[in-house]
Design a protein around this ligand. Structure first.
Ligand code: NDP
Length: 432
């Protein structure tokens, strides 16, 4: 805590993992002797830089850029870029730390990293977004590369931003290095299913979890927070599997649509027109609640897919009161520690983000594979790989929880399985 003052979210993410590791280090004392935990908590490299650019009015604006290259034991640093005004170094460190374990769980050769900026893309013109991305990449390019560090999208960074970032990288380096970024457009090196992957993967994971209790998504009443990339495709997949999503949100409020969220309209409002969820409610004739808590909407499955710490203890108590059976984290660390305890004490199945939302980064690694072999796979083939990876992650977490005598505890299962893999690789590679 003293080494990283004020980095509240980073402390929270580290404590969450440490909470699971007592039994692991008792079984493997070498992890303490080799000081693996202390090494893991220290990023290999942290880059902070100025991002100056000129807005549409001709005014010079200054933002702060970050890239935290956290751990390369398993492969090149891999993790998204977040553009949101709330981004601080501690935010990027929490996300980068989580990413190490998530990437290990995919079973693919990728290390952990994360980046972003306190730039707010909301209300900016396309040209402003482009100029910002170009300035951001003008510094970032020297730190990244196919074999070094491979960024992708996150909050505020979607296909449009990845396009501008890639264009500037190519222009500066004079290299068509496809695998330097993932989340690219389908016509220029992107992968089928990357856009859908995090939301789809989340639903596959929760489906596996429900299956352990003889249940499925069929007939479930589902609430999904957020209405961005992860939320949209989680809603889509829940509907494909026979569930009904009746509410979703943005940072201004939430919509309750008892007919079931219309995914085509949602995509049009959010992805094409870039409007607020209120516009969806008005067009659909559905109820819109400004502010408030989406967790007050009764449901049997809840999928927080917006941002960190959005599901607090009051939200968890409301979900328990309404008889929720499963909660799956689409976002990174959306559930506060108190809320996780409340859900656990009430016997609610809980899928932690580092396992449940790993489908996005897994498909990014598949995009890198396709780029390396100058190939592109079909939607069906790529989705089948994603589904197989998510089932594998579920199985690994469940088996590890059994191994440590806490069956059904996916938090411990995910943390312990991922930690052991990364720690063993770090020890094998010496004190570096
Ligand atoms: P998007 O930017 O596409 O969407 C984010 C959504 O969350 C929007 O609806 C946004 O509403 C809402 N939101 C963002 N910040 C807040 C806030 N402070 N309070 C309330 N609502 C908020 O991002 P993604 O869908 O890509 O990411 C969502 C989450 O999933 C993040 O935690 C991200 O780290 C995680 N994730 C994403 C992956 C991916 O592949 N994209 C992979 C793995 C995890 P508004 O428009 O009003 O801001």
């Amino acid at each position: 805590l003293q080494r990283n003052p004020g980095e509240v979210e980073f402390h929270q993410a580290v404590l969450e993992v440490m909470d699971s590791l007592g039994a692991v280090v008792r079984k493997h004392p070498a992890y303490m002797d080799e000081r693996v935990i202390a090494r893991l908590c220290e990023p290999e490299r942290q880059i902070i830089f100025r991002v100056p650019w000129v807005d549409d009015k001709g005014k010079i604006e200054i933002h702060r850029g970050f890239r935290v290259e956290f751990n390369s034991a398993l492969g090149p640093y891999k993790g998204g870029l977040r553009f949101h005004p709330s981004v601080l170094l501690g935010t990027v460190k929490f996300l980068g730390f989580e990413q190490i374990f998530k990437n290990a769980l995919t079973g693919l050769p990728i290390g952990g990293g994360k980046g972003g900026s306190d730039f707010d893309p909301k209300g900016r013109s396309d040209m402003e977004i482009m100029r910002f991305c170009q300035s951001f990449m003008t510094e970032l390019y020297r730190h990244i590369g196919e074999y070094t560090d491979v960024p992708a999208g996150d909050i505020g960074v979607g296909g449009r931003e990845i396009g501008y970032l890639f264009g500037q990288y190519k222009r500066i380096t004079n290299r068509y290095e496809s695998a330097v970024l993932t989340g690219k457009g389908l016509g220029w090196g992107g992968s089928m299913v990357r856009r859908e992957a995090t939301g789809f993967g989340l639903v596959y994971f929760v489906e596996e979890m429900l299956r352990t209790k003889g249940s499925s998504f069929d007939g479930q009443r589902v609430v999904v927070s957020g209405s961005g990339n992860v939320a949209t495709y989680a809603i889509d997949k829940v509907h494909q599997l026979g569930g009904k999503v009746i509410a979703c949100s943005d940072s201004s409020g939430y919509v309750v649509d008892e007919k079931g969220i219309d995914v085509a309209l949602l995509k049009d409002v959010k992805e094409v027109r870039r409007e607020r969820i209120k516009a969806y409610a008005e067009e659909r004739g559905a109820q819109y609640v400004e502010g408030g808590s989406i967790w007050d909407v009764p449901c049997s499955v809840a999928l927080p897919c917006a941002t960190q710490n959005e599901l607090d203890e009051d939200g968890a108590l409301a979900l328990v009161k309404h008889g929720v059976v499963a909660v799956g984290e689409g976002a990174n660390m959306p559930t506060t520690p108190e809320a996780v305890r409340t859900l656990r004490d009430a016997g609610v199945m809980f899928a932690p983000g580092k396992a449940a939302n790993a489908g996005g980064v897994a498909t990014s690694a598949l995009e890198m594979q396709q780029n390396a072999s100058r190939d592109s796979w079909s939607f069906e083939h790529t989705e089948a790989r994603l589904a197989e990876i998510m089932r594998g992650i579920h199985e690994r977490c469940a088996a590890t929880a059994e191994e440590y005598d806490v069956p059904g505890n996916y938090v411990l299962g995910a943390n312990a399985a991922a930690f052991v893999q990364v720690a063993d690789a770090m020890i094998a590679q010496g004190v570096i």
